[in-house]
Design a protein around this ligand. Sequence first.
Ligand code: ASP
Length: 340
Amino acid sequence: MKNILVIYTGGTIGMVKDKITGALHPFDMKKIYEALPVLKELDCNIDTLQIDPIIDSSDMNSEVWIRLAKLIKEKYESYDGFVVLHGTDTMSYTASALSFLLENLSKPVVITGSQLPLGMIRTDGRENIISAIEIAANDSVAIPEVCIFFENKLFRGNRTTKFNAEHFEAFYSGNYPSLAKVGINIGYKKHLLREPSTLPLRIYDKMCEQVIIVKVHPALKREHLEAFLAVDNLKGVILETYGSGNAPTADWFIGAIKKAIDKGIIVLNVTQCKAGSVVMGHYEASRELLNIGVVSGGDITTEAALTKLMFVLANYDDKETIRKMLSSDLRGEITEKSIC
Ligand code: ASP
């Protein structure tokens, strides 16, 4: 029998109704079998843990990501797979961050949550937890990845984005197909999965927080951009541009970005679109960005770009290495041919 560790971090999924008052409150993970007795019938041993304190995922940060990575490392030899219960709001950031912090994975780390609390009759949490555990415990396909399971689909975590605040189908992976679909059977798409590593799991315990996301928009003014880029000790900027990587061509805009790059700040270009890729130089409106040294994020999501930048800046010093890593596929987060 497979051994699965379920780690509860907080979020809607863990909310149950108080029998007396009817109010929703976070449940005690030790009582997961009370909340979900059907788990006893799954063909695996399940142990549970919860982080302390449990948090709404709006409070997620790199300190918790590092704690989760350390926890998985500490328990790695004792379990065949890990399921992380997490709020949906920052789930894609956490999935992306863990994909970078956990190197040489050979076991599944499946993150799930729900749009409706477990304590509600129509909850999507019940199916999500059961299927996530079944996937983590499956013995037909190796899933050496940090994934998100949500509403019948298994995704590569660092390719996802939360795109719907209301529907059960809340996650989207615009540039990489789902890794499995759950219907009557679980249909794995083996050819899309990463290869299990034969090397020992390595974790990283540093992430740089001196990073910002600047979204270009038609009302962006010189003083706004200059104020963002003047932040003390800034190390990296995700520039969320239009379409295939286009940004204003005005001198003040290019000048401000160039000044930041000349100061040693890394600027990574990602598209605001939910699918497709940055192709710098494709239009006049991105050629100058290429010339001044902006790095292309290719088809990476903003969530993966931010956490990758945090990871790379904290763990590598040499600027050329950092730029090269940002343009390389580290954990399946970009399609390398999309980089130009
Ligand atoms: N605010 C909640 C969270 O992300 C929402 C959810 O779980 O869906 O923690």
